[in-house]
Design a protein around this ligand. Sequence first.
Ligand code: ASP
Length: 439
Amino acid sequence: MVKVVKFGGSSLASAKQFKKVGDIIRADKSRRFVVPSAPGKRSSDDTKVTDLLYQMYDAAGDKAKYSKIFTQIRERFEEIIEGLGLDLNLDDDFRRIEEDFVHQIGRDYAASRGEYLNGKVMAAYLGFPFVDAAEIIVFHDDNTLDMAATNAAVAEHLEGYDRAVIPGFYGAKKDGTVTTFSRGGSDVTGSVIAGAIHADLYENWTDVSGFLFTDPRVVENPEVVDTITYLELRELAYMGATVMHEDAIFPVRREGIPINIKNTNRPQDHGTMIVSSTCKKPKYTITGIAGKKGFCSINIDKDQMNSEIGFGRRVLQVFEDNNISFEHMPSGIDTMTIIVHQSEFMDHEQQIVAGIHRAVHPDSIVLESGLALIAVVGRGMKDQRGTAARLFAALSHAHVNVKMIDQGSSEFNIIVGVKESDFETAIRAIYNIFVLTQI
Ligand code: ASP
């Protein structure tokens, strides 16, 4: 059994956190490939080392500011090294980093040093070999990941290793230029390595006990989801739910490798398993609720619309011509509604309205802004009588007017459109009916 384990910044913010991570790794021999982030925040008003590195790079012209930040960064690492009682000296690395910063060799390079140094500390602490991500994570010239070259490099470099520490977040182009993923990208490194070595499991250790049923800013202490499929996660993530970097799904999904989201501060918790498919019966009919504000609808009416072949295509062509992607398109016999992101639509509003007039000569076009969409997602909804009835009864009892409904025949996702002012009330009502009052 081989597990790739990635630890986020808050799991490695201090020597105390490092010790928890050490215990976790030593508790399971299959935790063999370790991907650390840079030290994160120790408290809510602290600054992540990655942010300090960006600040330091940008302050290159201001010697005093620059030196102050550099000292802060050094102290963060020294505090961890001392706290762990390690015999490790990073002076040479810091000297090199300072030289490279002075020569402004790149903002990505600057940001990557947090993971690089933390990887060295982690390797020394665990007694594992250190493998520089710049040698195995390969980027194209346009800064996107070169998956084929990465897979080959990972296979070649890690072949001789039984275990290793590989820093997250960065890699390099073929010419050696250090390049990073977008923020939070250590998740992607872990996933890419798990996929490339065909690991049995990718464990992603963070500071929550898994994927939450819904946004904790809306529902107090929502339950943790036990098992979620990639498909369900994708639907919820699209609507704003976050648990890990979006690009971290694909590399493991492609290989059918499950992800386990775990909490470094509560390793005894089961966490959330993200799997490609499962026969495991979900605890609740739904797996999650997510939503977003900021949509608007374009309602088009025309007598006899139903008999006009090509009507829908001509309307959608107008959106395409204006480079606007639409989210949903519920329709009636003589009416059609297009739901779009308000922020994207605003700049093109009048061109689109004029375009629709020209394309299909409607009787009327009515625009409505301030809409929120809520996705109610769950593989347990399939072939389950009464799910929609419970959902809409709950909304009605909460005095929420439903403005739009969309459910595909795959039956694992119901999208509801409500007024933005009803958004929070609607989510709480749905959570209550499907989770809190569920037997
Ligand atoms: N340290 C990087 C960041 O703060 C990458 C990561 O933590 O995944 O975004």
